[in-house]
Design a protein around this ligand. Structure first.
Ligand code: SP5
Ligand code: ZN
Length: 360
């Protein structure tokens, strides 16, 4: 067996100040599952192997974010917290929206204005009550993008694999929308950046337990970015409104979106069968840039908010199969909430990926 170079592990501590305390699930206050301890566990697990080289992110500036998100959304993320505090809101409690500007609210009306305070219009940009904002959120969201873009840099410089320990995650964030613990869509920003650096076709494979509604929306009408997602069947699972197999993209993008919903209790064997379909679609698409991997470990059998049944060993097989595609990989952290198992699951998945890529 030939030795494999250490895999770049891009991480920073900027996420630590993004800690939401609570979220509202069906009106019930529960602890926020998307916690700083998640990233700490993954980082410790990976570094304990000796196979990863910890590197800080390089600052990339705002352009890559505005290539994917509306300026008004970026402005909201940057300033909503300070607007709320300036208006006298309790700076100890996290901020959640309470009034939503739904399509059915607008109906045929041409609305004339929005309130100046960004905290008062948060519900025009957020689709759930489970994405708490605190003082450190904007800085953490920007840092997660820099982490993702730095991982992409390493792969474009020649590494077969780089891992971005992004927190907050990104795949639920749309062009003008936050939600699902996500603010800026790290994977979409990386895919767009790879296109902007000259690739013709980039594939995003999303193995987080949840459908990446934001990523699907951003590339819905595009034929240069293929989005393939395996996720819990939205018929019973968040985000409920998207992720069905019939969603295939539109216009030039028709056929460049593939949803593979999975039944509750899906185990490693059934997961690998669906993954094969996804990988076949990626091979047919024939990307000429690296694969962008939205990597969640919330498919784990003991995840507290999800219902698939993957085991740690399964992650090694899944990673190995993805590596055998023979395409370099920018792996970006999304979800995964069984904190005690995140370290071993990351080691198994990325270890499998390293081996699969070595044999390519
Ligand atoms: C990145 C990511 O994984 N985002 C997921 C956001 C899910 N947020 C709401 C989940 C609602 C879960 N309902 C709790 C059921 C507990 N039995
Ligand atoms: Zn998830």
């Amino acid at each position: 067996m030939a030795d494999v170079l250490p895999t770049p592990l891009i991480a920073s501590d900027d996420h630590l100040a993004h800690a939401g305390l609570i979220e509202l699930a069906a009106g019930r206050e529960i602890p926020c599952y998307e916690s700083p301890e998640r990233a700490t566990a993954i980082r410790q697990g990976l570094l304990s192997t000796g196979d990863y080289a910890l590197q800080p992110p390089d600052a990339h500036g705002p352009d890559a974010i505005s290539a994917v998100h509306e300026v008004e959304l970026i402005d909201l993320v940057e300033h909503v917290w300070t607007d709320a505090v300036a208006d006298g809101w309790d700076a100890v409690r996290p901020l959640l929206p309470d009034t939503f500007m739904l399509r059915s609210y607008i109906g045929p009306m041409a609305l004339a204005a929005l309130p100046a305070g960004r905290h008062l219009r948060l519900g025009a940009y957020c689709f759930d009550t489970a994405t708490p904002i605190v003082a450190g959120t904007a800085n953490a969201a920007r840092a997660a993008v820099d982490i993702a873009l730095t991982a992409a840099d390493r792969v474009l410089e020649g590494a077969p694999l780089a891992y971005g320990l992004c927190r907050p995650p990104g795949h639920h964030a749309g062009r003008n929308l936050i939600g699902g613990y996500c603010f800026f869509n790290n994977a979409a920003i990386v895919a767009q950046s790879i296109i902007d650096r000259g690739a013709q076709r980039v594939a995003i494979l999303d193995v987080d337990f949840h459908h990446g509604n934001g990523t699907q929306q951003i590339f819905w009408q595009r034929d240069d970015v293929l989005y393939v997602s395996l996720h819990g069947d939205p018929g019973g699972i968040y985000p409920y409104f998207s992720g069905y197999a019939g969603e295939r993209g539109e216009g030039r993008g028709e056929g460049a979106n593939l949803n593979l919903p999975l039944a509750a209790g899906t185990d490693g064997e059934a997961y690998l069968a669906a993954l094969n379909d996804g990988l076949d679609a990626i091979a047919r698409f024939d990307p000429d840039g690296p694969l962008v991997l939205s990597l969640g470990f919330d498919t784990y059998h003991a995840d507290p908010i999800c219902n698939l049944a993957l085991r740690t060993d399964d992650y090694a097989r899944i990673g190995g199969r993805i590596g055998k595609l023979g395409v370099s990989v920018v792996a970006l952290q999304e979800g995964g909430y069984a904190v005690d198992a995140l370290g071993v699951n990351a080691v198994a998945f990325l270890g499998g990926l390293r081996e699969g890529l070595r044999d390519r």
